[in-house]
Design a binder for this molecule. Structure first.
Ligand code: G6P
Length: 463
């Protein structure tokens, strides 16, 4: 424990053991915040992932597991429909991932979003001590800072956005966009994953709000208040993750994949089943590779691990059906009685098992159409054998591409580009694989989740 002020983290998703969703399906946020809270005194407030009527009574469930204390609330079905499935995941998520075609603008869900943010403020404010530092996370809770201020919370409050910030020309399609950004300027520090998302946000503040921007210091001044806006690229829990390689669980998983693929090279993708991850486009790229190189079908097995996500939202149901059809089509056309080129798996695995799978895979395919950061890319690199590393094929539209420039960067919309990258990765000489790995491993190791936490909280402490 340090003598730092106590940290109160507030996010929609909380990594509690009983939380809904298989291991590995919780996304980057839950894992990162768990790591950030393990090493300091803190409290993590959020949604349990459960629906119940106690959502109305305001019952708070407090638990301490693995050194992390969580305080969670249930939500009513209406709250889940309007706030989580509705405004957060059918309005903000698609809009912030440049998918205007999927974004729904409904007044009712917008109201539900406001109502649940107010509820979060009402129930979390009494838990915040006078010296605590408060750190709010992600698009579900943008207005929370303003709601806490309205309740008299004077503490330092920071906000971090785990997903991209969209270009102004798209963002202004959101009804009441100005109101949302005004709430954001109630925080002392607002953090983004990359300079690109930060620049989009500053562009909006300058050109739509008329705020004064100092790009050197990151200060955004508006109506007598100043907020610091900066980029803080999130990283993996290196100490924990890199040690998983020594566990029996990781070794067994590695062995399991290697022995089942025999002489064929394994290529792996691990994503929540989300349209932003570009999984159907990736399958198209693999199909193109097989079309162009039929003699190499027996060289390769592609393993796609895709735990289902946000299953009550229609666009997620559609992407799942599309993916099943595409995988079925390629497997039908390319399988032999003893060989299936695509293994498509709808479940999550433990971190140790994923480490083993990553290590067994000669190619890691991380090809989102848009992604705030993407920690799978960093974990894939972290799991490689330095003497015989695999090749990371990475979308140029993932935040991680700004740091992992020595991956094989691709345009995930282009099947030809993906097919070409697969061929290049399969044929890449050991020396080049090592060179690329060496160029990336430093940032994966050093720009880790503890650094991310320290950098953000340092700025929040001095804001
Ligand atoms: C992304 C979001 C997180 C979210 C995660 C999993 O990483 O940035 O806020 O927790 O996806 O999605 P879910 O809807 O299951 O929480």
């Amino acid at each position: 424990m340090t003598s730092d002020p106590r940290l109160v983290v507030i996010s929609n998703r909380v990594a509690v053991p009983k939380a809904r969703g298989a291991a590995g399906a919780q996304g980057g946020l839950a894992g990162a915040l768990h790591a950030a809270l393990k090493s300091r005194e803190g409290l993590w407030f959020g949604w349990s992932g459960e629906e119940s009527e106690s959502g109305r009574t305001g019952h708070i469930d407090t638990q301490t597991n693995d050194g992390v204390t969580t305080a969670t609330i249930d939500l009513s079905q209406r709250d889940i429909d309007e706030y989580y499935n509705g405004y957060a995941n059918a309005t903000l998520w698609p809009l912030f991932h440049d998918r205007l075609d999927l974004a729904e603008y409904e007044r009712e869900t917008a109201k539900g979003y406001e109502r649940v943010n107010e509820r979060f403020a009402e129930l979390s404010a009494p838990l915040i001590g006078p010296d605590d530092v408060v750190w709010v996370h992600d698009y579900h809770l943008i207005p929370l800072g303003e709601r806490l201020r309205a309740r008299g919370v004077q503490n330092r409050i920071g906000f971090f956005l785990h997903i991209p910030w969209p270009p102004t020309r798209l963002f202004v399609s959101l009804p009441y966009h100005e109101r949302l950004v005004r709430t954001l300027l109630n925080y002392d520090v607002v953090g983004f994953q990359t300079k690109e998302w930060l620049d989009s946000f500053l562009h909006y503040c300058e050109h739509e709000l008329g705020a004064e921007i100092d790009r050197n210091s990151g200060k955004v001044s508006f109506e007598g208040r100043t907020t610091i806006a900066r980029a803080y690229p999130i990283g993996i829990d290196w100490d924990h993750f890199s040690r998983l390689g020594e566990t029996g669980e990781a070794r067994q998983a590695q062995q399991r994949l290697m022995s089942s693929t025999r002489r064929r090279a394994a290529m792996i993708g691990v994503d929540r089943l989300d349209y932003s991850k570009g999984i159907p486009e990736r399958i198209d790229g693999i199909g193109r590779f097989f079309d162009r190189n039929p003699e190499r079908v027996s060289d390769l097995v592609f393993v796609q691990i895709a735990p289902p996500s946000r299953e009550d939202v229609e666009s997620y149901q559609k992407i799942r059906a599309e993916l099943e059809q595409k995988c079925g089509q390629i497997n039908g056309a390319r399988s032999e009685v003893d060989m299936v080129p695509i293994r498509y798996v709808n479940r999550g695995y433990s971190h140790a098992e994923l480490f083993g799978f990553f290590r067994a895979a000669k190619i890691g395919l991380v090809t989102p159409l848009r992604d705030g950061m993407n920690l799978v890319a960093k974990e894939y690199v972290a799991a490689q054998d330095p003497e015989d590393p695999g090749v990371l094929v990475l979308s140029r539209f993932a935040g991680a591409a700004a740091q992992l420039k020595d991956a094989v960067l691709v345009n995930p919309h282009s099947p030809d580009d993906i097919a070409h990258a697969i061929r290049m990765a399969l044929d890449m000489p050991l020396e080049e694989r090592k060179r690329r790995y060496q160029a990336m491993i430093g940032t994966v190791r050093d720009d880790n989740v503890q650094e991310w936490t320290a950098n953000f909280l340092r700025d929040l402490g001095t804001a």
